[in-house]
Ligand binder design. Structure first.
Ligand code: 16G
Ligand code: MG
Length: 517
């Protein structure tokens, strides 16, 4: 059964004695040099998953906002969701099997899942712009071929585009046409219809600056612009075409969020609305530098969530309250929870997020839009199509924000003035083993090491409006510390002091992180 898979695996994609790797928050992610055998095996696993689900599965090669030398892979389930959790364990097991035990592990997986080998399969493979991506994509294709799976090579795409393709394919076009053109036309038509003929409204101007992180986001934004016409005026920087351009190098959504400063190329802007996406274009961050003082101001995922939720509430006059739910970090948890609601708005502060509508809510919106002359219902119906509901999508999220700002006639300053954020700080602490930290209550309370939560509580009490949370990272060997307080100095000091406790009680390595300047 697996003879060909084992042979090709041994001859072309051997694991050898490379150390074990784990399917984490967003798939496997590490130095690209260590991933060849993982890719090969994920190609095979995707075929098995596709046979089991009798639907198309996606495989995306990207390490998102990580440095260029890294890469990664994640599987996308038939409805566009992240791979089901029980399969994460199977993926880890398969990735770490010895070369000569590949057939045994594959048999175990196929048997435990009751996979019928006679069934057909189909796998979409997409990749980002990293130099290592074509080679790793080839390893995946080899894996798919070794077990006679069918492949649709999507080439270079953003992560959200890949999710979109999978969903379109599995809904037989109901969600849209399964092609790049289908994606651009659906979203741009809805955007233009929502906006109407005048791209200017009040203090809103259609001009904005776009930081493409020197990655796939820049390429895809350029393609998108040809569909958007003059509904938006955009200047793209960090498009990856200039000598010395480095993917995510001093630019992109993660850089802006973590450094709380403008990316390369946009430092000198004054008053202009600016937007940054990350290396695979599934995170978005807005910011601007004040017209007079030049001071940097950021509008992150939290701001987008509140803007969107408020606006939806205005459109739906029956919506009296907006319940809030908290889940652990990671898109898969948020997306899942959002599906419990008729309309679920989810965003992480780092700019990952989208809106999901239940089938019933969608049908109602469309029926009302078609059968009444309610402008609200029509607006809402267009908005539903601006949104990529399959996963958070930087470009579609940006167009959603642009739609709302336009409707409100707001400048970016108006948006920022909607409420005042408490100053906050994120920090990381290096530890020998991040798993010594365990948490509960959607990662808001530390359970182990014992005593750490009491120390955090005692520190927090010393700071006006203080809050601080500690959790292990899902993507690197560090512990993350978040703090907020009445002033930036206090937020920095609180993060620093909590960081020292983490370092002392959770096996910190090296010197503790210095106090932020
Ligand atoms: C990944 C997740 C993101 C999460 C982040 C946390 C996806 C597509 N992305 O980027 O949702 O916020 O990891 O990383 O799932 P951390 O645990 O290292 O802070
Ligand atoms: Mg990303």
């Amino acid at each position: 059964m697996w003879a060909e898979a084992v042979k090709v695996g041994l001859e072309q994609h051997a694991k050898g004695d490379l150390k074990a790797i784990q399917y984490g928050t967003a798939g496997f992610r590490t130095d690209a040099k260590l991933l060849d055998h993982v890719m090969y095996r994920m190609g095979i696993l995707a075929v098995l998953r596709s046979k089991l689900k009798q639907a198309a599965i996606g495989v995306m090669i990207t390490a998102s906002h990580n440095q260029e030398k890294d890469n990664g892979v994640k599987l996308v389930d038939p409805k566009g969701e992240m791979l089901e959790q029980s399969w994460e364990a199977l993926a880890t097991k398969l990735a770490n099997a010895k070369d000569d035990e590949l057939d045994i592990v594959l048999d175990e997986i196929a048997q435990s899942q009751g996979i019928d080998h006679a069934l057909p399969s189909s796998v979409f493979v997409g990749r980002d712009t990293r130099e290592s991506s074509p080679r790793l994509a080839q390893a995946i294709l080899d894996g798919i071929k070794a077990v006679e799976g069918a492949v649709i090579d999507a080439g270079i795409v953003s992560t959200p585009q890949l999710h979109y393709l999978v969903v379109c394919q599995n809904t037989h076009g109901q969600y849209g046409e399964a092609s790049a053109k289908g994606y651009y036309s659906k979203i741009s038509q809805a955007f233009k219809a929502f906006r109407g003929s005048n791209p200017v409204n009040g203090r809103y101007s259609p001009k904005l600056m776009f930081d493409g992180a020197n990655g796939v986001g820049a390429q895809k934004m350029k393609e998108f612009l040809t569909f958007l016409g003059d509904s938006i005026q955009m200047e793209i920087v960090n498009d990856g075409t200039q000598p010395g351009d480095v993917l995510n190098g001093d630019c992109g959504a993660d850089f802006v969020k973590v450094q709380q400063t403008s990316p390369k190329g946009l430092e000198k802007t004054r008053g202009e609305r600016c937007v940054s996406v990350d290396g695979d274009a599934d995170r978005v961050m807005y910011f601007y530098n004040d017209k007079e003082s030049g001071q940097f101001a950021m509008l992150d995922g939290d701001r987008i969530a509140t803007l969107v939720a408020e606006f939806l509430k205005e459109l739906l006059d029956q919506a009296k309250n907006v319940p809030v739910a908290c889940v652990p970090t990671g898109v898969k948890h948020l997306h899942h929870k959002a599906q419990d609601f008729d309309i679920g708005v989810y965003f992480e502060a780092n700019g990952h997020g989208t809106i999901v509508f239940s089938d019933a809510a969608q049908a109602k919106i469309r029926d009302t839009a078609a059968s009444s002359n309610s402008i609200q219902a029509q607006k809402l119906a267009h908005l539903v199509d601006v949104i990529n509901q399959t996963v958070g999508d930087a470009i579609s999220d940006m167009l959603l924000v642009e739609s709302i700002l336009h409707a409100k006639g707001w400048s970016i300053e108006d948006w920022r003035k909607a409420y005042q954020d408490l100053p906050n700080r994120q920090m990381k602490v290096r530890v020998a083993d991040r798993n010594v930290i365990s948490t509960t209550d959607a990662e808001r309370q530390v359970v182990t090491p014992k005593g750490l939560q009491d120390e955090i509580d005692a520190l927090v009490k010393k700071f006006p409006q203080g809050r601080s949370f500690v959790r292990p990272s899902g993507t690197e060997d560090v512990v993350r510390v978040y703090s907020e307080s009445d002033t930036q100095d206090n937020a920095d000091q609180l993060a620093y002091e909590v960081g020292l406790k983490v370092h002392a009680l959770a096996g910190g390595v090296g010197e503790p992180t210095p106090k932020p300047k």
